[in-house]
Design a protein. Structure first.
Lengths: 289, 289
């Protein structure tokens, strides 16, 4: 998205230079309109509790969505069912507004019996489709609130030797309805060779079970080589291994979001850069790899 | 146990010095007999797969119990039920033999529906009690094979915000039958403050649900102050946070069992020493704390 903004800015400049018939300003108009209106993005996060879903969302959008969250104790969790909780936050970046809706699924996979625990989630997604369809079929289509889920981040435990049965069942129940991006959660508890092995295993199992996860679009053929390389690396590193952090620690004199272990600091910075297995110093690591 | 051996060795020496009536050699005889016969120890490990049960057992006893283990893939695990698998290994330490039996429970907690997944485990324990009772009631009591489970290490996920419902149900089903030692598995993915918080929460929940975990015996009042202090620290640090490692890495020129992260090395050495939150160098950490 930041690249898109850059492109548009370049477009704006060249429009000012040469004054032609007028249709050259159309992208500009689209740009201005979308800046004014802002964007909607609905992101669902799913996965068993404790995998850092809230932390990652907060780290990604540099916000604090779950200020007044109360963690349930084991007693309450025994009687808990899967809920759907929506958090909305307005984010602004260089004047561009984003209405971010996070759909959280607390309770998923926590029960002793998890049979059909993905049912409330599939129901919710179906409802949003139906609602949008009804609104689109109605008379007043100007201010339709689009609540359809754009993307679902599915958190896989870093400790499973691959996918667990509940992971397979969840993804199979949802892959026709929503873009699933599988993530290896809390990857800072795995050493690089373990991450490689786990990624491979997950990729194999996704193939074998015929699970359709989100496929990144082809990058434009006119992009520069560096970007293409980055894009390739990003695609090859799926399923992404992530870490998140909401605390600021000091690394090499700089204050970064990270986790301070007795044996080193893990920085929770976003980047697609691969781990350097030889690098043992703090600050060499990224939040996404 | 190593302390016990030390005591016995001291006893041997003083018996040689002064030749009295003879009953002073009784402990010596008991010692010799038990050396000859060796000890039996049956340890059960339980907890969902991927929490490092096998790794910890291998690390603890410096052996490789699971040489020919084949990990199941997600497809096989869907149809998997909880099994009971016994591994036996003879270990010798300074001439003292130990017949170690590890009772493993693969498949526990892995299914989508985990209702009563502890049933095969409670059944197994009950069977061993019955078998022993029958043998003890029989005529030939000399060579009774005691297969009763002495201790059960229960692995708790470091990612739960406390105990999960399945943890509570498992421990409640077994706490009257076997000594349960709850462990926080793979604790190297938690920073010190998170470990403290999780330990506190687990202790609270164990209290609240009336779960009876193994209580360490009082140490003898004639032990020296240092040992008493160590004993107190050990008791206070329950439930123990553990890590295990089967690979040897190089730390500060020494070869140790440990985990080599890009940001530092975690040493998997056994010790009850508390974490030093300030210490960021490699090799400052222990396998049990």
């Amino acid at each position: 998205q930041s690249r898109g903004a850059e492109h548009r800015e370049k477009g704006v400049k060249s429009d000012h230079e040469k004054q032609y018939v007028g249709f050259a300003t159309l992208p500009n108009q689209v740009h201005r309109k979308s800046v004014k209106k802002g964007f909607d993005f609905t992101l669902m996060v799913a996965g068993e509790s404790g995998l850092g879903k809230s932390t990652l969302v907060n780290s990604l959008f540099l916000t604090d969505l779950y200020k007044d969250r109360k963690l349930l104790n084991a007693e309450e969790r025994i009687n808990q069912t899967v809920e759907i909780v929506k958090h909305t936050v307005d984010i602004e970046e260089k004047g561009v507004k984003l209405k971010l809706t996070i759909v959280d699924t607390p309770g998923f996979g926590d029960a002793v019996n998890n049979t059909e625990c993905w049912k409330p989630i599939t129901d919710y997604i179906d409802q949003q489709f139906e609602q949008y369809f009804r609104d689109e079929s109605g008379l007043n289509r100007k201010n339709i609130q689009d609540n359809r889920v754009h993307c679902c981040l599915y958190f896989i435990s870093p400790f499973g030797h691959g996918l667990r049965p509940v992971d397979v069942e969840f993804m199979k129940a949802l892959h026709e309805k929503v873009n699933i991006v599988p993530l290896i959660a809390k990857a800072d508890c795995l050493i690089p060779s373990e991450i490689r092995k786990l990624k491979e295993r997950i990729r194999e199992e996704i193939d074998k079970f015929g699970i359709k996860v989100y496929q990144f679009p082809e990058c434009d053929s006119d992009e520069d080589e560096e970007f293409k390389q980055q894009d390739r690396e990003l695609k090859e590193s799926a399923p992404f291994a992530v870490i998140g952090s909401n605390t600021v620690v000091e690394a090499k004199g700089q204050r970064v979001r990270g986790r301070l272990y007795p044996w080193g600091i893990v920085e929770g910075k976003c980047s697609a850069q691969e781990w350097q297995p030889g690098g043992t110093g703090p600050g060499r690591t990224a939040g996404l790899w």
